[in-house]
Design a protein around this ligand. Structure first.
Ligand code: NAD
Length: 371
């Protein structure tokens, strides 16, 4: 039986509630596909501060380093807002990214047909759009030195090394190849030297991916094109700060934060988490939407654990539940059947089990392979 080590960090607020849903789904996937998930649940963020006075401990970091993948709920809340910077719950997250070397952040923004009305854009503009933003996460202007400010000036440094651009470009091309898609490299090469460099290196890497179409776009144009016609994009690859901004634009096109999964990948490690935070105002009320967290499990199955069929089946289960009008409160409309976090999880599990029998043969094959 294939075995995978997973460290789960439920975190704070709604984190533990959506993580419970993820664990139930993993249990089901394990049973159906003959996979053994060795799961270790650890503290991170405010929960860790309360117990250990640190947002993440070395022993938890070690557990993450020894895992095939990390699943994170969300961290933070007003209880810890007044702590000094280095003690804030979010510091735990930054530390985790640094220690695991997670240099690429993948944020898919897929429009679920039945939710198209939740978007601030017109339905016909967004239906059918499926964009993956690949953001460089550990370099660029957020990390460059020198940096500083005084009364007369403020400054940061935007610097990229060749290997940093090469490895993120490879991630984008590999993903686009898997999706039968194309890559748009977003930069500001008409103004910034670092962007001209970025563009040159991306084109060099592209020599090894001639089957994947590549185009370039200036970041100001990309921001405008994303809201004008998101369907023109497939995979967007870009530097840290541009990716920070563009991925929030693509996220909001889908209409709800509770729907969006994400992955952060390094050479040897991977972490999966919903894009949303701890939603303190609904925490502990069984109201949180678990879809972003369950979608993060699907990404983990596909990208790190190579269980593509299970991942697709899980995404199909989510889609079919939405098709049936079942909604948590954050995505409900007047004709929805409103459910709790637990009920949504149960519905997704039911839909997963009911998946078309025509794939059951291939499922048996996958199970045999895993055994
Ligand atoms: P948030 O994402 O927690 O909430 C924004 C809005 O979306 C709120 O109205 C919330 O109720 C709603 N929402 C978010 N996720 C939802 C879900 N799954 N189901 C239903 N509704 C959902 O962002 P915020 O309010 O800016 O931040 C709250 C706390 O979370 C802060 O302490 C912040 O620092 C932290 N945070 C953590 C992460 C992380 O751990 N990765 C990310 C963002 C914010």
């Amino acid at each position: 039986m294939k075995s995978f080590k997973i460290t789960t960090l439920p975190g704070d607020g709604i984190g533990p509630e959506v993580m419970d849903a993820a664990l139930a789904v993993l249990d089901l996937v394990g049973n159906e596909y003959g996979l053994n998930f060795e799961i270790k649940t650890e503290l991170a963020g405010g929960a860790s501060l309360d117990q250990f006075n640190e947002p993440i401990t070395d022993s938890v970091l070690q557990s993450c380093l020894e895992s095939d993948a990390v699943l994170l709920g969300a961290v933070g809340g007003s209880k810890w807002d007044n702590l000094p910077q280095e003690k804030k719950p979010e510091k735990g997250l930054l530390k985790l990214r640094e220690v695991l070397g997670l240099f690429s952040n993948l944020r898919p923004a897929k429009i679920y047909g039945p939710l198209a009305d939740a978007s601030s854009l017109k339905k016909d503009v967004i239906v059918g759009s499926d964009v993956m933003v690949v953001r460089e996460l550990t370099g660029g202007i957020y990390f460059g030195n020198p940096r500083g400010h005084n009364e007369q000036e403020g400054f940061n440094t935007l610097r990229y090394k060749k290997y940093e651009v090469e490895r993120i470009a490879k991630v984008a091309f590999e993903l686009a190849r898997k999706r039968n898609g194309h890559v748009t490299s977003v930069d500001k090469a008409n103004v910034l030297d670092s962007s001209q460099f970025w563009r040159n290196v991306v084109h060099e890497v592209h020599q090894d991916y001639q089957d994947v179409p590549l185009s370039n776009m200036y970041v100001d144009n990309a921001a405008m094109q994303l809201v004008r016609d998101p369907k023109q994009f497939n995979v967007i690859v870009t530097q840290n700060m541009f990716g920070d901004i563009l991925s929030d634009i693509t996220a909001m096109i889908t209409g709800s934060m509770g729907m969006l999964p994400s992955a952060s990948l390094g050479e040897n490690h991977a972490m999966y988490e919903p894009v949303h935070g701890t939603a303190p105002e609904i925490a502990g009320q069984n109201k949180a939407n678990p879809i972003a967290m369950i979608g993060s499990v699907a990404m983990m199955l596909e990208i790190t654990l190579n269980q593509t069929e299970a991942a697709h089946r899980l995404n199909n289960a989510i889609e079919s539940v939405l098709d049936n009008g079942i909604r948590t409160i954050d995505i409900a409309s007047s004709d929805s059947i409103i459910v709790t976090t637990e009920e949504m999880k149960d519905e997704i599990i039911k839909a997963f089990k009911q998946t078309d029998q025509s794939i059951s043969n291939s499922r048996e094959l996958v199970k045999e392979k895993n055994e």
